[in-house]
Design a binder for this molecule. Structure first.
Ligand code: SF4
Length: 353
């Protein structure tokens, strides 16, 4: 990369605001992995650090001419920072970023500590909230237990129900895939909370420590997600998006995705934009516009190649099916409301929180 135009600037920044958690998920890469350095770190992010982070984010936004940045508050469990301190951190970050740059705050929580008082604070600062939940209690409690080994599900669901009372603050649900869980059951349970987005994360793994597989000869995680895909499309009333699946369809159609874990190009913070303006469709060449199954994001694709954008490979029957379904959804949802947040959800996915 030789110029700023060719550089994909960071648009999303994660701030770890609390360095402890009130529950004890066995897959947590922060607390239950090899790296135990958290034991020697402060339990909360200091306001001075947040201010400096805001200043650096502001510098970066100015350098790259970014109109907006996305700041995601993570933990541990970020609500352990306490309301007053979190408000101080939000102020500190905002102060560091030039006034003309919009700061979109999001917070990812396990949901168990959410209260109306917290939601009032988020309302005041415009913080949208994502909650981590792996599915119905039997699925969720496979990994997400309290420090005394009890279920965390009821407390998380209580938090989600509070959030549903303020849908404009509800950013979505995040689940970690476990092959032991039934994908359709997990999907349908999460969908029952009517989140704008359901995000699925693969279990934390490395080349040396690959994720659990029952049969290494099968693409088990892909098969699991393909059943989620079918469940997602099975009901026309489903209005949520599933970022991983939408990104796969987008990438298979030559469109840049929104997460960095898929595809070869840097992700875009704008959903479904073309790879490069110079490759936009010539006048009169193919382009298409439709709503995704979520019906909350209107998608306009212009073809780099001059043909109508669509699945490139005739073998991608699933993608073709999705495409047809999405195109059909256009007519049903021409006046669909905008996304709850007005923005694509966080590109940050992690097994923390
Ligand atoms: S995964 Fe999240 S909720 Fe679970 S222990 Fe880690 S920080 Fe806490």
């Amino acid at each position: 990369m030789t110029s700023l135009e060719e550089t994909a600037p960071f648009r999303t920044f994660i701030l770890k605001v609390a360095n402890r958690c009130n529950i004890d998920c066995d897959y947590c890469y922060v607390f239950n992995s090899k790296d135990q350095s958290w034991r020697h770190l402060p339990v909360r992010l200091g306001a001075d650090v947040a201010r400096e982070a805001g200043r650096r984010i502001g510098e970066h936004a100015t350098t790259h001419g970014l109109p907006a940045v996305h700041v995601v508050l993570h933990g541990g469990e970020p609500l352990l920072a306490g309301r007053r301190h979190l408000a101080e951190l939000l102020d500190a970050v905002r102060e560091g970023v030039p006034a003309e740059v919009k700061v979109r705050f999001e917070l990812q929580t396990n949901g168990t500590l959410l209260t109306q008082a917290w939601l009032d604070l988020f309302e005041k600062y415009g913080v949208v909230v994502g909650v981590s939940l792996d599915g119905p209690p039997t699925a969720n409690d496979r990994h997400r237990l309290t420090h005394t080994g009890r279920s965390s599900s009821a407390a998380a669901v209580r938090g989600i129900e509070l959030l549903r009372g303020r849908p404009h603050l509800f950013a979505g649900l995040l689940a970690v895939v476990d092959l032991a869980n039934d994908p359709v059951e997990v999907h349908d349970y999460l969908a029952s909370f009517e989140p704008p987005v359901i995000d699925f994360g693969l279990p934390h793994a490395t080349h040396d420590g690959p994720p659990h597989r029952d049969n290494p000869n099968l693409p088990e995680y892909g098969l699991w997600m393909s059943r989620v895909y079918d469940a997602w499309l099975a009901r026309p009333e489903h209005r949520h998006s599933i970022r991983m699946l939408e990104d796969i369809v987008a990438l298979s159609s030559g469109v840049r995705g929104a997460v960095e874990t898929l595809g070869l190009a840097p992700p875009t913070s704008k959903p479904w934009t073309r790879c490069a303006p110079s490759k936009r469709a010539r006048p009169g060449s193919g382009s298409t516009s439709f709503s995704t199954p979520s019906t909350r994001r209107r998608v306009t694709l212009s073809s780099c190649t001059g043909r109508t954008a669509g699945p490139r490979s005739p073998r991608s029957a699933r993608a073709a099916r999705w495409w047809r379904s999405a195109a059909a959804a256009t007519s049903r949802t021409a006046s669909a409301p905008p996304t709850a947040t007005g923005t694509p959800p966080s590109t940050a996915r992690t097994s923390s929180t």
